[in-house]
Every structure is written in C-alpha cells, then in structure tokens.
Ligand binder design. Structure first.
Ligand code: GRF
Length: 188
C-alpha cells in the first residue's frame, strides 16, 4: 500500500477530489491530511470524509522535526501539497527525495515565488493581459515553486475574466489533472 499525506492550508477542494479519486484504489490510499491553519476549510472536509488530520503550527513546521516524525509514524510514502502555504523544511525534502509534489495555479516559471498564491496569481495574470494561464504540477525543493516541472495544462484567459472566473477555470483543470498525475507517478 502506498500511503499519501496531503498538506493543505485552505478550502481543500483538491484534497477532497484526490481522496474520492483514490477511494476504491487498493494500492494507493490517502492516509492523512496535514494543515498549518486551524480555520482551514480542509478540516471540515477531513472530518466529513473521516480522514485523520493533524494541525502543525508554522513554528513547529519550520523546524521540520515534528513533521518528519509524523510522516514516519504514519508510514507516509508520498506527500502532496494542495494549497499549502508554507515552505517545506529541508529535512523533510531530504527524507522524501522526489516524493513531494505541489500544484500551482499558473504556468511556472511565470507567476510563481513567494506571495504568489491564490488570487494574487490570477490578479497578476489578468493585469498583465495574458491570454492563457493554466496549472503546473512540480516536485518540491527548498524554494517556492522552483522544483522540476512534471505536468502543465493550459486554459484561455478571457477579456471578460474576473479573478473568480479564472480561478474556477483553473480549479477545473486542477481537479481533472492532479489525481491522474499522482496515479501515474505512483504506478510508473
Ligand atoms: C489551488 O488553486 C492550488 O493550485 C493552489 O492553491 C489552491 C488550493 O485550492 N496551490 P483548494 O484549497 O484545493 O480548493
């Protein structure tokens, strides 16, 4: 059995989508959720879906020891960041080489880096009058959004787009491609 931990700081729609995708999979399971935000929507989703969840404060997370210990104690093989807003500590990256991936709501290397998350990304894309955006799934290293790219998918940016409309289009791409990509990485 391959055990996945999903890290999320926000609503957690990707986490829930991934959970449903692997629900009947006998080889891959969502073992737990980790959050650094006590008010995150992901917590209610985890309760409803009966997925074990753990809160780690940013301070403890930065240090790296508690999260490494938690991952070990739950026999985690693979870590998926789905809207997780904290830098991954070096010791965790060392423990999980090429086994931590992230999804970013734009076409990296553009519109990435510190502070580039959520609506900030879509706002910048619209303000720069881009005519396309998309998603990037990539390995995680010690810098925000700079790990090796695994997959990108594109969508148009319309002249009439608001941040919300673009975010919805991007979420659809994320929900389509993220679980498939995880499955491919874990079965190849
Ligand atoms: C997604 O757009 C993802 O690309 C970004 O954070 C957002 C999380 O959305 N990293 P949700 O919490 O899964 O709905």
């Amino acid at each position: 059995m391959t055990n996945i931990a999903i890290f999320a700081s926000g609503s957690g729609s990707n986490a829930e989508n991934i959970f449903h995708y692997f629900n009947n999979n006998e080889a891959i399971t969502i073992n737990c959720i980790v959050t650094n935000n006590k008010d995150a929507g992901i917590i209610n989703r985890a309760k409803r879906l009966e997925i074990p969840y753990f809160f780690i404060s940013n301070k403890d997370f930065r240090n790296g020891k508690s999260i490494c210990d938690l991952m070990k104690s739950r026999n985690i093989d693979f870590i998926v960041l789905a809207g997780f807003l904290a830098l991954i500590p070096a010791n965790l990256i060392k423990e999980y080489p090429n086994k931590i991936i992230n999804i970013h709501p734009a076409l990296l290397p553009n519109y990435g880096g510190k502070g580039m998350y959520g609506d900030n990304v879509h706002k910048a894309v619209i303000e720069n009058q881009e005519n396309e955006s998309g998603i990037t799934i990539h390995y995680v290293n010690e810098k925000y959004d700079e790990g090796k790219i695994i997959l990108q998918a594109h969508c148009p940016v319309l002249k009439t787009d608001t941040y919300d409309k673009l975010a919805q289009r991007i979420h659809k791409l994320e929900h389509t491609y993220f679980p498939i990509c995880i499955k491919q990485l874990l079965t190849n």
